[in-house]
Design a protein around this ligand. Structure first.
Ligand code: FES
Length: 322
């Protein structure tokens, strides 16, 4: 059985357990969010022993060589002495909450002012750190002036961070973020290419940002946004998106309702079903998939089968954390 030494204490790692699970089981507060090797919020460094190579996926070569690893996917093969990655790797930026606005019963729009320069692109994500160490990842919605970020925070049942943001966080409060991370954003490589944007719930946030960026950079190809929710009360930004579609002849917007009651102007069914029913061949398209992990996985597979190149499919990679 392997052990993990952290902060002067030694913990035994149970069979099949990750370093993160072991430390959390022993009530050691280690930041984490996705639990899936994506957000990098659980980054640690082995000061003794070698972390398995599989726990270093997507890390820069220099970090791998210095013993950094992702604790949530690290199943140690020997004893490790570990420490938290500090500011030397991910610089944290202080942010001030400047606006909270309820967009519907579940989605809160949060605007943050970065207290130092923070270059980012809409569609990338940041890790938001609560003062007690709780960390969650949120996509950056809509392009605002460089020092401002907009996030859409969905209220999740039993969601520790989302409930706190909705109920307790106040305008004027200070928090810290790191990032931006991820490659789910618009780049103007081929402005004639057709873009397919499929999102569920608050997965609309990065897609709206990508749509605005594409238009601001003069994208000429077809841009079709499909937004799926379970019932009409969960739609949001409808007027703004209808206006965008009216104002640009290459922009299309389809609302999809997967529940029983479906207004006439909405598609009855899932957003990815609507998209793939309308576009049976996706050869040459660029896709952005954001929202529920099952939808993202299913859409990626179906889009590939419809001819899309995997290099042209970008997704918001979150798993839901509470
Ligand atoms: S990468 Fe470990 S919690 Fe996200």
């Amino acid at each position: 059985m392997s052990s993990v030494s952290y902060d002067g204490q030694v913990y035994e790692v149970l069979d099949g357990e990750s370093v993160l699970q072991c430390l959390h089981r022993n009530s050691v507060a280690i930041p984490s969010s996705c639990g899936n090797g994506i957000c990098q919020s659980c980054l640690m460094r082995a000061t003794e022993g070698m972390p398995p190579e599989s726990s270093q996926k997507n890390l820069k070569k220099s970090l791998k060589e210095s013993g950094y690893f992702l604790a949530c996917i690290c199943k140690p093969e020997g004893d490790l002495e570990v420490t938290l990655a500090g500011d030397e790797v991910f610089h944290r930026t202080a942010v001030r909450i400047v606006d909270k606005y309820q967009m519907n019963g579940q989605i809160l729009r949060l605007r943050l002012e970065c207290l130092e320069a923070f270059e980012h692109k809409a569609g990338q994500f940041i890790n938001l750190h609560r003062p007690d160490g709780l960390t969650r990842s949120y996509s950056i919605a809509t392009s605002l002036p460089d020092n401002m970020l907009e996030l859409h925070v969905e209220y999740l049942p039993n969601g520790k961070m989302s409930a706190w943001i909705h109920d307790e966080l106040q305008v004027g409060d200070l928090l810290e973020i790191d990032g931006p991370h991820g490659d789910c954003y618009y780049s103007p490589d081929d402005q004639e290419q057709n873009l397919l944007l499929i999102g569920t719930g608050s997965g609309l946030a990065p897609l709206v940002g990508i749509l605005h960026d594409a238009l601001a950079q003069g994208h000429r190809g077809h841009i079709h946004l499909f937004h799926g929710v379970i019932d009409v009360s969960r739609l949001y930004m409808v007027d703004e998106l209808c206006q965008l579609a009216d104002a640009h002849k290459n922009v299309f917007y389809t609302r999809c309702i997967s529940g029983d009651v479906v207004p006439e102007d909405c598609y009855a069914g899932f957003a990815n079903a609507a998209a793939l029913e309308q576009y049976t061949s996706l050869t040459g398209w660029r896709l952005f998939l954001c929202g529920h992990p099952d939808m993202v996985k299913d859409s990626r597979k179906k889009a590939f089968l419809a001819g899309a190149s995997l290099q042209e499919i970008f997704s918001d990679p979150f798993e839901f954390s509470h």
